[in-house]
Design a binder for this molecule. Structure first.
Ligand code: GLN
Length: 450
């Protein structure tokens, strides 16, 4: 059900539709960490553009009075004292918040399997991962438990699960959606994004949550950009695409997407992203470095889990050893190492320099074209449990990191299915503030290839 279908029904009917799906499917799919369907009072819900729309919120985004876990044991029994700005904006528009969704712990992962609450499952085939880290948000929407969801995207965590579940996912321009109330993983990369069944719905949600917020020091005002109609648009395809390890079926579908855009009058050129191959190692130094600083606040004193000891240092150690999962510990260790004296120049500073080069490539490319077409992911959804090596898990982010490093927006849109019936996602990347334009282009793929 999309928003326009929901608008034809009463609030009660839409909520019942979602709640019935929740009752029938949640035991198997594990989309939610905290579901709040039973606490909803429709009589006092406001009117507004989202007034019939049940929305699920990733559990690293604060909703007042409700547990906030980040899918980690370390936040056991912690309840948020306030709501994120994005959640307040949803509520002001009348949206019905139906709960907090499962995720990889602290948003570190690509499959949902690093959750302390067990993995979510892909509604298309429960033996498959729904992607991650916004796994539960994608599952909730794909199974009709909610009509839209918020996720967070640090290196692909909105776009990749959207792609694996046959949904639309948008990562907005850095700074256009407030991070106030989003638990920080890697502050220079983290952005809240939207997931929905259609491009229109995902953009509607994004328009509601964006806007300058003085509570976020990196917040910016959205700029009006010139509307570029499809027949005047030039797309770039990176010449590196064919050298990368991407499933041939997905590359084929990218060329199908190119054809449908060309039919509408778009032009295509080849672009060069020479440093694309360094994006994963660069990200895997910057994100862990920032996370090692951000996650130091979880000390067994201020939030959630506390394993007491007479000695304060032992208390910190025991709480963090027990509270954090393996992947989170791995990233904290890598980040602490990369920032330590003697290694800082060789690792962190090198990564920052490479970030500038990768961003520079992207800005240069976007000077010669209006948008970039690539697949969202190198593979379609893989079986749960099939990726054991962390480096293989990191490889999922091959095509979704550069936008985060450069702070530019990107949208993932379904572009049909592979031979096994698994959804394929296409990604359109644009310059800062071009969300409306790239969404218009995505709509053509949505219409023609599904
Ligand atoms: N998969 C990436 C990671 O593991 C991206 C996560 C994200 O965007 N939150 O860090």
């Amino acid at each position: 059900m999309d928003f326009s279908e929901a608008k034809k029904l009463s609030k009660k009917e839409v909520l019942e539709y979602c709640q019935t799906n929740f009752k029938n499917k949640e035991d198997e799919l594990n989309a939610f960490i905290t579901a709040t369907y039973n606490n909803i009072d429709l009589s006092d819900s406001k009117g507004g553009i989202l007034s019939e729309i049940p929305i699920a919120i990733k559990d690293n985004i604060a909703v007042e009075g409700i547990p906030l876990t980040c899918a980690s044991k370390i936040l056991d029994k912690y309840r948020s004292l306030f709501s994120a700005t994005s959640v307040e904006k949803l509520e002001e528009s009348g949206a019905i918040i139906v709960g907090k969704t499962n995720m990889d712990e602290f948003a570190m992962g690509s499959s949902g399997e690093y959750s302390a609450f067990g993995a979510s499952k892909n509604p298309i085939d429960v033996s498959l991962t729904p992607g991650g880290s916004s796994s539960g948000s994608a599952v909730a929407v794909a199974s009709g438990m909610a009509l839209g969801a918020l996720g967070s995207d640090t290196g692909g965590s909105v776009r990749q699960p959207a792609s694996f579940c046959g949904l639309v996912g948008i990562r907005p321009t850095y700074g256009t959606v407030s991070r106030y109330g989003l638990v920080a993983f890697s502050s220079s990369l983290d952005q809240i994004g939207t997931l929905a069944n259609t491009v229109d719905d995902a953009i509607t949600l994004l328009n509601v949550i964006q806007g300058f917020d003085e509570k976020d020091s990196t917040s910016v005002h959205q700029k009006e950009v010139e509307k570029i109609p499809i027949e005047k648009t030039t797309f770039g395809i990176p010449k590196q695409i064919e050298e990368l390890k991407i499933s041939p079926e997905i590359v084929e579908r990218m060329f199908d997407s190119k054809r449908v855009l060309e039919k509408r009058g778009a032009k295509f050129i080849e672009i060069d992203l020479p440093h694309l191959k360094y994006s994963i190692p660069t990200y895997q130094l910057i994100a862990p470095s920032e996370c090692s600083a951000n996650l130091s606040r979880f000390d067994g004193i201020r939030y959630g889990l506390q394993i007491s000891d007479e000695n304060l240092k032992n208390q910190y150690e025991k709480t963090r050893a027990e509270g954090f999962g393996e992947e989170v510990k791995r990233r904290i260790l890598v980040g602490t190492y990369a920032l330590s004296e003697g290694f800082y120049d060789d690792y962190y500073i090198q990564a920052c320099k490479m970030r500038a080069k990768i961003s520079g490539d992207l800005f240069n490319a976007l000077d010669s074209c209006d948008a970039i077409l690539t697949p969202t992911t190198p593979t379609t959804a893989f079986p749960l449990g099939s990726v054991q090596d962390p480096l293989d898990m990191y490889a999922c982010d091959l095509l979704t990191i550069i936008q985060a490093l450069a702070g530019v927006p990107a949208i993932s849109v379904p572009a049909g299915k592979d031979r096994d019936g698994k959804p394929i996602g296409m990604q359109i990347t644009g310059p800062a503030f071009s969300e409306t334009n790239i969404a218009e282009y995505a709509k053509i793929i949505e219409l023609e290839l599904n």
